[in-house]
Design a protein around this ligand. Structure first.
Ligand code: DC
Length: 230
């Protein structure tokens, strides 16, 4: 079974996709983490993130390992170092959309995701999973939420880590990332025609997970019945 979970930053994709995978006993892949790990390594090497060829040289020379751990989600290793926490740092977040906008970089990362998809049942979350990476997914979920709510969630996440952030600044960053992710030339953030959209703004995590599981268990609309792939 292949399940694609797409949507903008902060809509709850990673949490929901991980929990759905755990409930169904499937593997889970956080595809954003792959772009983030590449961005971290590029920043460490002092590479200009807007230079596609330079980023490709980083991409083809890193040793990226993603391990799925039940209850923990994906643990990301770069050359043997656990960088799961580091790839969420603000400097990586600020540059990752630029790195992910390069055509060759996307082709390279999507090929890795494709290999993982071919190994069997999986839940993947990202921006282009239902449209590009797994257009043949059995289920396509598109999670949405208002910018204000997404900023609130990010702020709470930072606060849990003891980091204080300005709410207006967070909203602005989210708007900017939405803009970059949805207007880029190469596989922009877009809802697949046959995806089921869930607005998570006023839902709890448990409610969204229940809704997704309900769909998959046949209590809702099946992706393949609601139209063809784009
Ligand atoms: O989901 P996230 O915030 O960790 O994603 C980080 C960035 O990577 C995001 O700005 C867009 C990009 N991304 C992408 O272009 N395609 C994906 N499948 C996943 C993420």
């Amino acid at each position: 079974m292949k399940i694609a979970v797409d949507g903008p930053a902060g809509a709850g994709k990673s949490t929901i996709a991980r929990l759905v995978a755990e409930k169904l006993g499937l593997r889970y892949l956080d595809t954003g983490a792959m772009y983030r790990a590449l961005t971290l390594e590029a920043l460490r090497r002092g590479t200009d993130t807007s230079d596609e060829d330079a980023i490709m040289r980083v991409a083809t020379s890193i040793d990226l390992n993603i391990v799925f751990q039940a209850g923990k989600g994906n643990v990301i290793f770069l050359g043997g170092e656990d960088v799961t926490g580091l790839i969420r740092q603000p400097d990586v977040t600020a540059q990752v959309s630029v790195v992910a906008s390069h055509k060759k970089v996307r082709e390279f990362i999507v090929a890795l995701q494709d290999q993982i998809g071919k190994q069997g049942s999986v839940v993947m979350d990202g921006r282009d999973i239902g449209t590009v990476v797994m257009p043949d997914a059995d289920w396509k979920i598109f999670l949405q939420a208002s910018v204000e709510e997404r900023a609130r969630r990010r702020q709470a996440e930072f606060e849990r880590r003891g980091v204080e952030v300005d709410f207006d600044e967070l909203q602005e960053q989210i708007r900017m990332r939405d803009h970059l992710d949805s207007t880029r030339d190469n596989s922009p953030l877009r809802k697949a025609q046959d995806a089921v959209e869930i607005d998570t703004t006023s839902l709890t995590i448990a409610e969204v997970v229940d809704e997704v599981l309900g769909l998959i268990r046949g209590e809702g609309e099946h992706v393949q019945d609601s139209g063809g792939n784009p």
